[in-house]
Design a protein around this ligand. Structure first.
Ligand SMILES: NC(=O)c1ccc[n+]([C@@H]2O[C@H](COP(=O)([O-])OP(=O)(O)OC[C@H]3O[C@@H](n4cnc5c(N)ncnc54)[C@H](OP(=O)(O)O)[C@@H]3O)[C@@H](O)[C@H]2O)c1
Length: 317
């Protein structure tokens, strides 16, 4: 068994990562870090967590636990300041270590802590022990567009995410009174996942995110001009992948099939009027878009079964 610690467990991403680690057959949780809940039992986070689970310690104590794997589930400013302990595999689920260009890191994250290996297992497997887990929107856009990087030089991405994408703290734009019965674009043309997507694809993208009135799930519709056979390229890229599925012709991805899972669905279409290729990706922002992918990355870095601990199937209704 490899040992694991989670840092920043009180947030949505930390809580989801804890669930994956507890279900993992080859990881043993040895330290549960949270500066909010330090000193309290795990049940403080969720009454279903029993006394066999280690109680909360401070994030500093969890980092010093000597664990083989550390899941960093903090806001990006705190993640940028984190000193990785020698020898541990550290997966940062924030954006702090994703951008390789220091000027872009400064502009979008106000810090230049240095880029770590960008780990999206199906397309860009992580190298080494310090891993930058991709953003949730970036994961969906890259799964749709990554296999097309050599056959187009631009894309338009229209994406929508459930409210958990904004984290646990209440803000005016995550308040039920604003979110319910609403659909609102935000950070139009100014979202920090756009440079991340462009970095991996090698070309700029036009990206507009929207807030959906659901708790979890994310769907990105990507529009591309290309003469290539898009379905053939996607089929080839994900042929032997367990967590990413290219749907049959005419079948569209749906949030309900990926919510609560660590899988992603891709649908491939062509607009009859303009010939525009349309690739749609659905995933769970907290699953394949965060905790599930972080565990996948840790599995690869630790030499474990690649999909161990992942939730690979959901329910239909
Ligand atoms: N939400 C997503 O869909 C998503 C997807 C991919 C990546 N990410 C990234 O992952 C990181 C964590 O995101 P998140 O959505 O988990 O953010 P969050 O819910 O706001 O939590 C961030 C941190 O703040 C503390 N915290 C925040 N609210 C709290 C509350 N109400 N009660 C107790 N503690 C609270 C926790 O640290 P302590 O436990 O130490 O107190 C936690 O690690 C961010 O960098 C984010 O950009 C998020």
């Amino acid at each position: 068994m490899a040992t694991a610690a989670i840092i920043g467990t009180a947030g949505y991403v930390g809580q989801e990562t804890l669930d994956r680690v507890l279900a993992h057959p080859e990881l043993e949780l040895v330290a549960l870090g949270s500066d909010t809940f330090a000193g309290q039992p795990a049940a403080r986070l969720d009454p279903r967590l029993d006394a066999s689970i280690p109680p909360f310690v401070t994030n500093a104590d969890a980092a010093a636990s000597g664990s083989d794997a550390i899941f960093l589930c903090l806001a990006h400013g705190e993640a940028a300041a984190f000193e990785p302990p020698a020898g541990a595999v550290v997966v940062d689920l924030s954006g702090a270590h994703r951008l390789t260009d220091p000027a872009l890191a400064q502009a979008w994250y106000d810090a230049v802590p240095g880029a770590w290996s960008y780990g999206l297992p199906e397309l860009y497997p992580p190298q080494g022990r310090l891993i930058a887990n991709p953003g949730c929107y970036a994961t969906a856009a890259l799964l749709a567009l990554g296999p097309l990087a050599g056959v187009t030089d631009g894309a338009v991405i229209d994406a929508k995410s459930g409210v958990s994408g904004a984290g646990k703290s209440l803000t005016a734009s995550s308040h039920a009174g604003f979110v319910l019965e609403n659909l609102s674009p935000y950070a139009v043309g100014t979202h920090r996942h756009a440079p991340e997507i462009a970095q991996q694809l090698g070309f700029a993208v036009c990206f507009v995110p929207h807030l959906l009135p659901v708790r979890r799930g994310l769907l990105a519709t990507c529009y591309v001009q290309t003469d290539a056979d898009v379905r053939e390229l996607l089929d080839a890229a994900y042929d032997d992948c367990t967590a990413v599925r290219v749907l049959a012709e005419g079948v569209a991805p749906e949030l309900s099939r990926v919510q609560g899972t660590d899988t992603a669905e891709l649908g491939v279409f062509t607009d009859g009027a303009t010939g525009t290729a349309i690739v749609i990706c659905a995933l769970d922002n907290l699953g394949k878009g965060a905790a599930g992918q972080a565990v996948q990355n840790a599995n690869l870095a630790l030499g474990l079964e690649p999909t161990a601990g992942l939730r690979l199937s959901g329910v239909l209704v």
